[in-house]
Design a protein around this ligand. Structure first.
Ligand code: NI
Length: 140
């Protein structure tokens, strides 16, 4: 029963449903059920992140590797947050720039602190945090 599919009826205004169908077509969903499940899971991930719950994700940073103090600071921060870092990949983008992809898993609050600390380092040109489910049912 726990993971069995359960059918339920949804009533929506015609305009909203037409927009929804156009949206899910553009997003590549096969059907409304799949789209609704995807949106619910997405909302659960946002909620978990907002309330400090468990999430997984990736912090991506681009920085100038000629600035040696940047490299040192980024490494210091990563060592300070070792508990939530699963792996880190370093790519030499070009002569001047490095790209680092840091995979994380842990409480949303800690992930947020790590991402903010990395972003704040002088010499970091751009930084993003992408958050997804930690794998538990429905993103919780
Ligand atoms: Ni590099």
């Amino acid at each position: 029963m726990k993971n069995d599919l359960v059918r339920f009826g949804v009533s929506l205004e015609g305009d909203l449903l037409r927009k929804f169908d156009a949206f899910i077509g553009a997003e590549g969903y096969d059907n409304r059920s799949q789209a609704i499940a995807g949106l619910i899971r997405k909302e659960f991930v946002s909620d978990a992140f907002a309330h400090g719950g468990p999430v997984a994700g990736a912090v991506t940073i681009v920085y100038d590797h000629h600035r040696r103090e940047v490299v040192r600071k980024l490494l210091d921060i990563q060592h300070d947050h070792g508990g939530i870092i699963i792996s880190a990949q370093h790519v030499h983008l070009d002569h001047d720039n490095c790209l680092e992809i840091i995979a994380v898993k842990g409480p949303g609050a800690k992930v947020k602190v790590l991402a903010a600390a990395l972003k704040a380092v002088k010499g970091v040109k751009h930084s993003t945090l992408s958050v997804t489910t930690a794998g538990k049912q429905g993103g919780k």
